[in-house]
Ligand binder design. Structure first.
Ligand code: NAD
Length: 487
């Protein structure tokens, strides 16, 4: 049996982190993780059951109700978070390899991105030291009003597999900064980073029960969000599961923040310099084999310049080096799991059947017989009503959509139920900015793509509710209390 110990240097891979201790699971249930490269078992680890989850929630409850954490000063909490950031920084190489081996993301990319985890903890440490947790205002009668921001309480943090640690760090760093206590449930496909995070939090000396880790699958996640002691759920994942969680939480009005799917558009305005746009389109139209929520999967190009665009974009996509993600020269690894490849192949078939023109890709790459590889794929002549233009594929499949003028481009850019991200390219940044204001999405970049965890990130419409990162990310975990001083 391959265990987690062999994939990362973990302190207690057969246990859960609950109430400040590494405790034995209540059952012998296990979860297997399959390598996207070898298609063989990569790791096996214990699955938390309802009993373990009850223990974790009650530890978080006690730490919130009786512990010092919510009542510590912002300065004291910030010092703890900075220690966590330092400890994460010491393990970046291990975190990068965990991401690469479980998900198939190229090591050259994961190495670049993992410092964000430490950044998030130090960012929230800095932010709370200057944050107005108490705001003094005055009534019309001159009386004083103290508006307090207080932690929401016990929070569940549920993350997906594609960017496992950073999507957990957004939640844990902001929630802890606010003074909440946390129960983390990573995705069943990617437990390693959550264990590393738990070890860093333990070593940083946070009080018992403030952070708890219960690795589990869908059943455990469902039990956790239904738990009456959980006062807020922070979820990143698919839109259907996000809707389900919101319905469940509505019953007891538990707070919810949702980071969901996307179908983001890059709009190349008529005056855009395609050669200048190419580098960011190459990186962000299909990062991590297209398994990133904010990927720019719909490329809107002036109808008259479509051929010019494809003549430049298609050869660049075909030249991407697809292969083993552990190889530093690899630009695109496999899809993360067999069901992901089935899904992506289903959408490629739908694109063909729906009348889109396959420009390149669409097949499993030759010479890569093992692993969930798929060629980077471009469809052209895509119309907004087609399935591949409407639904999140979560794979390396890009749709090129022609438009006649800016009004047509704006209509087409907004013609999906999502609204997570976007990009607008123009020779004139202010023209691009003016167009950006017409796009109904939670984030945009003019002439490129930037996602910076120190600034708010999240979706309009069916891409989510609430924001992660920045001050808005902290406010997800705060309630407002108004105290009138009457005498
Ligand atoms: P998923 O919705 O299947 O699962 C996400 C998490 O929810 C996992 O931990 C899973 O175990 C858990 N879960 C599943 N069913 C649950 C239930 N009924 N109750 C509680 N928890 C449950 O998504 P996925 O396949 O892991 O991730 C891919 C999706 O995540 C894509 O749609 C992608 O766009 C989205 N995503 C969004 C963002 C963002 O910030 N907006 C970032 C990354 C990924």
């Amino acid at each position: 049996m391959v265990t987690m110990q062999q994939s990362a240097i973990l302190k207690a891979p057969e246990r859960f982190f609950i109430n400040g201790e590494w405790v034995k699971p209540a059952s012998d249930k296990r979860i297997d993780v399959i390598s996207p490269v070898t298609e063989e078992k990569l790791i096996s680890y214990p699955e938390a059951t309802h009993i373990d989850i009850d223990r974790a929630v009650s530890a978080a409850r006690m730490a919130f109700d009786e512990g010092p954490w919510p009542r510590m000063s912002a300065r004291e909490r910030a010092a703890c978070l900075r220690r966590v950031a330092t400890l994460i920084s010491e393990r970046l190489e291990e975190i990068a390899w965990a991401w690469t081996t479980q998900v198939g993301a190229p090591i050259s990319l994961t190495r670049k991105l993992v410092p964000q985890n430490a950044t998030l903890f130090s960012h929230y440490a800095d932010l709370i030291e200057g944050y107005p947790f108490t705001d003094i205002r005055h009534r019309d009668d001159g009386g004083e009003v103290r508006v307090l921001r207080e932690p929401v309480g016990v929070c569940a943090a549920i993350a997906p597999w594609n960017a496992p640690m950073v999507l957990l760090s957004y939640k844990i760093a902001a929630g802890l900064a606010a003074g909440c206590t946390m129960v983390a449930k990573p995705s069943p496909e990617t437990p390693l980073e959550a264990y590393i995070l738990a070890e860093c939090i333990e070593a940083a000396g946070l009080p018992r029960g403030v952070f708890n880790l219960v690795p589990a699958g869908r059943d455990g996640g469902d039990y956790l969000v239904r738990h009456r002691d959980v006062e807020k759920v922070a979820f990143t994942g698919s839109t259907p599961v996000g809707k389900h969680i919101m319905r469940v939480c509505a019953d007891r009005l538990a707070r919810v923040s949702l980071e969901l799917g996307g179908k983001s558009a890059a709009v190349l305005l008529p005056d855009a310099d395609f050669a200048k746009a190419l580098p960011s389109l190459m990186v962000y139209s299909m990062p991590i084999t297209g398994q990133v929520c904010f990927s720019l999967t719909r490329l809107l190009v002036p109808e008259a310049r479509k051929r010019e665009f494809l003549d430049m974009f298609a050869p660049a996509v075909q030249a991407l080096k697809v292969g083993n993600p552990a190889d530093t020269a690899t630009q695109m690894g496999p899809l993360a799991m067999a069901r992901q490849r089935d899904r992506v192949e289903g959408y490629i078939a739908a694109g063909r059947a729906g009348g889109a023109r396959l420009v390149c890709g669409g097949n499993r790459p030759r010479g890569l017989d093992k692993g969930y590889y798929i060629e980077p794929t471009i469809f052209s002549d895509v119309t907004p009503d087609m399935t591949i233009a409407q639904e999140e594929i979560f794979g390396p499949v890009v749709s090129v959509i022609g438009y006649s003028d800016e009004d047509d481009a704006a209509r087409k850019a907004n013609a999906t139920p999502y609204g997570l991200n976007g990009a607008v390219y123009s020779a004139d940044p202010e023209r691009a900015f003016a167009f950006a204001r017409r796009m109904r999405t939670g984030g945009l970049t003019v002439n490129g793509l930037i996602v910076d965890p120190k600034h708010p990130f999240g979706g309009y419409r069916q891409s989510g509710m609430g924001r992660e990162g920045g001050r808005e990310g902290l406010e997800n975990y705060l309630e407002v209390k108004t105290v009138h001083m009457a005498g």
